[in-house]
Design a protein around this ligand. Structure first.
Ligand code: UDP
Length: 239
């Protein structure tokens, strides 16, 4: 009897900060490098879906502080994520990597609508699928969407790429020199100690559905490829 290995399928979350390099707009040098690293891993047979954030353009909560209606500001935030999607798509295509963008807010000229079964089909054909516009709903975050999409399209793992830190620490390593990195960590510990994995609603959705999360640093050379291939870098959050 034949046994066929199921290919590894991951969901990579890239925050807006990763795209902007810490400022407003996009840093094409960073995006090109990430696209190259993703392509390298896809060529090794891993199926990669991506959720992109939009904090390099707008965050609804910040716009609210400046006097904009929260929901409208959230929609602005969601639209910002789509610009990141298109930038990443372009660099992936430049690497020869077929890519589809699917958005939770319909915008037919630039992206397909979010259709989970179609996303799975793209992945099976070796295409990278980038999810934009979050959940299409105000008061949600792209972290929550990462967990939701990863569950709906049956990903083995969610990879949280971070800037300025290479995993989850006992305290903020940028402020506390005695901070130590966790190799592994439980959902409950991360929630109770309020450790910086992802926002609490996203983390509790992961816990309820036992979705594994690897938090890793985007900056180290080759890290994105390593995370996608399943190397034990950063911090694994699980039961
Ligand atoms: N957003 C939203 N619903 C979603 C996803 C995102 O309203 O399902 C809005 C929200 O205002 C958020 C912004 O889009 O602040 C950008 O997303 P996020 O803050 O998650 O991006 P990141 O922090 O990863 O850059």
């Amino acid at each position: 009897e034949e046994t066929i290995d199921k290919p590894r399928r991951v969901l990579l979350k890239l925050s807006g900060e990763a795209f902007g390099g810490g400022s407003v707009g996009i840093d094409t040098t960073i995006i090109r490098r990430i696209a190259q690293e993703i392509t390298r891993a896809v060529r090794r047979g891993v199926q990669v879906a991506i959720v992109v954030g939009g904090g390099n353009f707008f965050r609804g909560a910040e716009l609210q502080q400046a006097g904009i209606d929260r929901s409208r500001g959230d929609y602005m935030g969601m639209l910002g994520t789509v610009m990141n999607c298109l930038a990443l798509q372009d660099f992936l295509e430049q690497e020869g990597q077929a890519t589809r963008v699917q958005t939770a807010i319909a915008m037919g000229q630039v992206a397909e609508p979010y259709i989970p079964l179609k996303a799975i089909r793209h992945l099976e054909k070796g295409r990278v699928v980038i999810f934009g516009a979050g959940a299409g709903m105000p008061y949600f975050s792209t972290d929550t969407v990462s967990i939701q999409r990863s569950l709906e399209i049956h990903c083995d793992e969610v990879l949280m790429g971070k800037n300025g830190v290479d995993g989850v620490y006992t305290a903020d390593p940028r402020k506390d020199p005695s901070a130590r990195r966790f190799i592994s960590l439980s959902y409950t510990r991360a929630l109770v100690d309020n450790l910086s994995v992802m926002d609490a609603s996203a983390l509790s959705m992961a816990r309820d559905n036992r979705q594994r999360i690897r938090v890793f640093g985007l900056e180290g050379d080759g890290n994105v490829t390593k995370a996608i291939l399943g190397c034990s870098i950063g911090t694994l959050v699980s039961d």
